[in-house]
Write a protein that binds this ligand. Structure first.
Ligand SMILES: NC(=O)c1ccc[n+]([C@@H]2O[C@H](COP(=O)([O-])OP(=O)(O)OC[C@H]3O[C@@H](n4cnc5c(N)ncnc54)[C@H](O)[C@@H]3O)[C@@H](O)[C@H]2O)c1
Ligand SMILES: O=c1ccn([C@@H]2O[C@H](COP(=O)(O)OP(=O)(O)O[C@H]3O[C@H](CO)[C@H](O)[C@H](O)[C@H]3O)[C@@H](O)[C@H]2O)c(=O)[nH]1
Length: 367
């Protein structure tokens, strides 16, 4: 069986991708510090707890498992947090990628798939967003990913790295049958928050800005099912077996939905109203992001199987209202590995110190 290292494989997109890798005959070894990931999401190979920035830990994992390739999901993900705490984002996203690349070189591994983002582009000059647009990120999060893309291109030229950067648009949906779904804490993403509001778990969903220059005044995003993202990683992996160099691909369905349209989809699927309140714009949010994914379709043969917004929302709804609440407590992380969060929405307990305060394992504003 072929072994692949998956950093951040205990997280949302990483866990779905590990399932796809296992189905394709790979043995995914997950390196994750569990700062936002979950042991219950690691089901298809070993979990190696650790920080991707730790060279000694990386050396031990590479030596023990001898992976052929790497998929690098580990990182901080929240645009708004990156505006408030940019240093943490550069440290983890850029520093972690550099440490990983050096470890790959030390261990003779030269195939890498990297989780990039549409946020590398910033507000674009044209829509939909194709790969030829310049990188002009407006958030530290987007800038950190753009820097890593540049670093990958330089490593490809200097060291023969074969890399694919997949620029996801908005990952959404779940695979409830596999026991997988989105479980960020605190949650910041639109669809899970709208579902939580429909379920009465929060008083209302706050609309961040209703005065954008878009058809209904709210931001427009391109939501792509997480299993369609997972499938793209398999195709990209094959590609690095054939093609030299570093290649970036935009990955979305090519259809935009406004925040209000997503709320309407949650109401249709759940049969419940989503109470809303109105707030100011969120820093770092571009108004309109829709992918032109013709390049990945043509070159890698990517073809999304769940493009309809109602199907995406229905899988998320099933996960959030039925599967996630029923996860047995024994699947919670052991105390020593348990991530500590502030404003924790997760019903399972977090580590607290003797004063009852949440302990934080690191200073980052983790999303
Ligand atoms: N969710 C989206 O819509 C989206 C969009 C574009 C890009 N991305 C990128 O995709 C990747 C995965 O996103 P996700 O939504 O699955 O997030 P996630 O938070 O669920 O997963 C990230 C994983 O990385 C781990 N991690 C974080 N810092 C680490 C470190 N220093 N060392 C080891 N592990 C660490 C976390 O514990 C978590 O399991 C990220 O790189 C993110 O920037 C996500
Ligand atoms: O409570 C909320 C949450 C979100 N939104 C709005 O809904 C839209 C989508 O927001 P998300 O937080 O769900 O997703 P983002 O578009 O901000 O973020 C996603 O795309 C980014 C690139 O822009 C990053 O890649 C990031 O990791 C990924 O989650 C945005 O306009 C946001 O302002 C609200 O109105 N209220």
């Amino acid at each position: 069986m072929r072994t692949i290292l998956v950093t951040g494989g205990a997280g949302y997109i990483g866990s779905h991708t590990c399932q796809a890798l296992a189905r394709a005959g790979w043995r995914p070894v997950v390196l994750d510090d569990l700062s936002s990931g979950h042991p219950w999401a690691v089901q298809w190979g070993p979990l190696e707890p650790g920080d991707v920035r730790d060279p000694a830990r990386l050396d031990a994992v590479f030596a023990r498992h001898a992976p052929e390739a790497v998929i690098h999901f580990a990182g901080l993900i929240e645009v708004g947090a990156s505006v408030r705490d940019p240093g943490a984002f550069y440290a983890v996203n850029v520093g972690g990628s550099l440490a990983l690349l050096e470890a790959m070189r030390r261990h003779g591994v030269n195939r890498l798939i990297f989780s990039s983002t549409c946020a590398v582009f910033g507000p674009p000059d044209r829509l939909p967003l194709d790969e030829d647009l310049p990188h002009r990120p407006i958030s530290p999060y987007g800038a950190s990913k753009a820097m890593v893309e540049r670093i990958l291109a330089d490593h490809a030229a200097a060291h023969g790295l074969r890399a694919v950067a997949l620029r996801y648009f908005n990952a959404a949906g779940a695979d409830p049958a596999a026991g997988l779904g989105e479980a960020h804490a605190p949650e910041t993403h639109l669809i899970p928050l709208a579902i939580a509001a429909a379920l009465g778990q929060r008083p209302a969903l706050t609309l961040f800005g209703t005065d954008y220059d878009t058809p209904d005044g709210t931001c427009v995003r391109d939501f792509v099912h997480v299993n369609d993202l997972a499938a793209a990683h398999l195709l990209a992996l094959d590609w690095t077996g054939r093609e030299a160099g570093m290649h970036g691909f935009n990955l979305g369905n090519g259809v935009g939905y406004s925040v209000r349209e997503v709320i309407a989809a949650v109401e249709r699927v759940s049969g419940r109203p989503v109470p809303v309140s109105f707030g100011p714009r969120r820093a770092g949010d571009p108004p309109h992001l829709v992918a032109d994914s013709r390049r990945i379709r043509a070159r890698l043969g990517w073809n999304p199987r769940h493009p309809a917004i109602d199907d995406i929302v229905a899988s998320a709804w099933d996960w959030h209202h039925r599967v996630f609440p029923a996860l047995p407590a024994r699947l919670a992380p052991p105390e020593s590995l348990r991530p500590v969060r502030e404003n924790d929405d997760d019903p399972r307990p977090a580590t607290r110190d003797e004063n009852g305060e949440h302990k934080r394992r690191r200073g980052a504003g983790q999303g």
